[in-house]
Design a protein around this ligand. Structure first.
Ligand SMILES: Cc1cc2nc3c(=O)[nH]c(=O)nc-3n(C[C@H](O)[C@H](O)[C@H](O)COP(=O)(O)OP(=O)(O)OC[C@H]3O[C@@H](n4cnc5c(N)ncnc54)[C@H](O)[C@@H]3O)c2cc1C
Length: 500
């Protein structure tokens, strides 16, 4: 393992038994998991190379119980890691050996749907897709749609500021959540945001969305809903060159069209998805773009013609408009299944997540291929191209000595490349433990100190998900000194930091 995991003290057996006894005073027996085999399913999230058994797992059912758990842990000085569905890819929900793993899985209720105001009030353990399913009878849906939407929870989406195919046009989680209720580290309840726009005071909602469970525990979310479009249509374009596909992405947006989704897959990803779900993809292509437009019938018809023209001008070898709804869904099923599909062709894969300004797509794809050759590990690309949100999937075999470390080093080099061209080290998967080193490249020491000050304001004793998200100054010194670090310190891209 090459990531430096948070250094934690050994769990204190005395403290553990005091904690468990106190938890059992107010939680039912099935809400406190102590036995090793019961804790085992919680030992990792989607970044499964890193595992840690939590000291104890709690599964409360009510907000009152969450508050009591937080109060108790606060009084005993025990750290707490919140967990939704555990699909996170950056180790955000990785437990601590001396901490409580607080699962929100039992908070599964949709509390209220308001079709007139187009909002829904939901508990944090509600699955992302379940919101759209519940509001569909009202002609509404919840726009942010991570590919993991069948499993991931809205609480996890809020904590990670998750995105998805539709976020190019409709925004990320932060643009689609109006209000949250939060249990603080001391067990108090605060409500942040408002049902009406423009709440006064600091915009704490924006601060909390994407805070990775480090500032509080989300126990209720009010989401904004959108009317289902009259029509959605998708165009698939094949290219014989990845860079041409990258250029086409910028050209579509430059033509004044904001697609509802604009996704790209390269050769290895196309083949894997096709073998897995038989989406009808052209397997000889070096890259495909999926471009969806939505709106009124007339808008969609006009935009489809424009999109096709741009794609052809950019050198697409084939442009196919889905013939019917079944084909449209099949095209998307291939894209949405691409991660598990790639999982079938390689013993292990490591999914990176960085964002770049769109105009650098062709260059970054080319340089990613060069890095892939340099590190001798194949990379499959499948990503939210319209947002410039890259997801290089690095294929490796953890059973071969050194391959995991090489995959991580390649991942780090790709992220630093994103920073170099003016991008960021995460588009939607968060920092967690995974990218804590690259935070030292993305930000200046003074900026990181502001992050630490925010953390101290909410959680002075560092009990909420400690060791994640924001590196300590020492961690940054160690990261910069790593002998095998590929990149350089390109803070804010191209070394062009204009500040003194
Ligand atoms: C196959 C696959 C595809 C994916 N595709 C996408 C994608 O397209 N877009 C995208 O953005 N992400 C994607 N992800 C990543 C992941 O699904 C998202 O980050 C998701 O939001 C995590 O939700 P979760 O419920 O699983 O959270 P978890 O993994 O359980 O937790 C994630 C973080 O949120 C915190 N947390 C969870 N619940 C709460 C709460 N109630 N209060 C406070 N903190 C909390 C945890 O402490 C942790 O830091 C994908 C993952 C997989 C495995």
């Amino acid at each position: 393992m090459s990531l430096v995991l948070p250094q934690r003290p050994e769990p204190d057996p005395q403290l553990r038994s005091t904690l468990v006894r106190a938890l059992r005073d107010f939680l039912p027996p099935d809400a406190v998991l102590e036995a090793e085999e019961e804790r085992r399913p919680y030992e990792c999230d989607g970044l499964s190379a890193y595992r840690q058994l939590p000291m104890v797992v709690v599964l409360p059912r009510t907000v009152g119980e969450v508050r009591q758990v937080m109060r108790l842990c606060h009084s005993l000085g025990v750290p707490v890691v919140a967990r939704g569905a555990g699909t996170g890819l950056s180790g955000g929900a990785l437990p601590l050996a001396d901490g409580v793993l607080l699962s929100l899985a039992r908070f599964k209720s949709i509390l209220d749907i308001d079709p007139v105001n187009r909002t829904a009030r939901v508990q944090p353990g509600v699955r992302n897709l379940a919101i759209s399913e519940a509001v569909a009878p009202h002609g509404l849906y919840y726009a942010p749609d991570p590919s993991s939407q069948i499993a991931c929870t809205i609480g996890g989406n809020v904590a990670e500021n998750s995105g998805g195919v539709h976020c190019l046009k409709y925004g990320l989680t932060v643009h689609n959540v109006l209000k949250i209720r939060l249990v603080t580290v001391e067990g108090e309840i605060i409500e942040v945001g408002a049902d009406a726009p423009d709440a006064p005071g600091y915009d704490l909602l924006a601060l909390l969305i994407g805070s990775e469970g480090m500032l509080g525990v989300v126990v209720e979310v009010t989401v904004r809903l959108l009317p289902l479009p009259e029509r959605a249509q998708v165009v698939l374009a094949a290219f014989d060159d990845v860079e041409k596909a990258g250029t086409a992405v910028g050209e579509i947006i430059a033509a004044g069209i904001i697609p509802a989704g604009l996704e790209m897959m390269d050769g290895p990803a196309i083949q894997a998805a096709e073998d897995f779900v038989h989406a009808g993809y052209p397997t000889a292509a070096r890259a495909i773009l999926l471009c969806e437009v939505d709106g009124t019938n007339q808008e969609v018809s006009e935009h489809i013609l424009q999109v096709r023209a741009v794609l052809e001008r950019c050198g697409a070898t084939e442009v196919r408009t889905a013939g019917d709804e079944a084909e449209r869904l099949r095209f998307w099923q291939g894209r949405k299944s691409a991660f598990p599909a790639v999982g079938r062709i390689s013993p292990d894969y490591y999914c990176m997540d960085g964002t770049i300004p769109r105009r650098h797509l062709p260059e970054v794809l080319r340089r990613t291929a060069e890095l892939s050759a340099e590190y001798a590990l194949p990379v499959a690309n499948v990503f939210h191209a319209g947002d410039g949100n890259m997801h290089p999937l690095i294929l490796f075999d953890a059973n071969k000595p050194g391959e995991l470390e090489r995959a991580e080093a390649l991942g780090g080099a790709i992220l630093e490349l994103c920073v170099e061209v003016g991008g960021t080290i995460t588009g939607e998967h968060g920092v967690g433990i995974e990218k804590i080193g690259q935070m030292c490249v993305q930000f200046q020491p003074e900026e990181l100190e502001q992050f630490r000050a925010v953390k101290r304001a909410f959680d002075p004793r560092e009990l909420l998900n400690p060791g994640k998200g924001v590196p300590t100054p020492r961690r940054c010194s160690e990261y910069r000194a790593l002998p095998d670090r590929h990149g350089h310190d390109h803070v804010h891209g191209h070394g062009e930091d204009p500040r003194p």
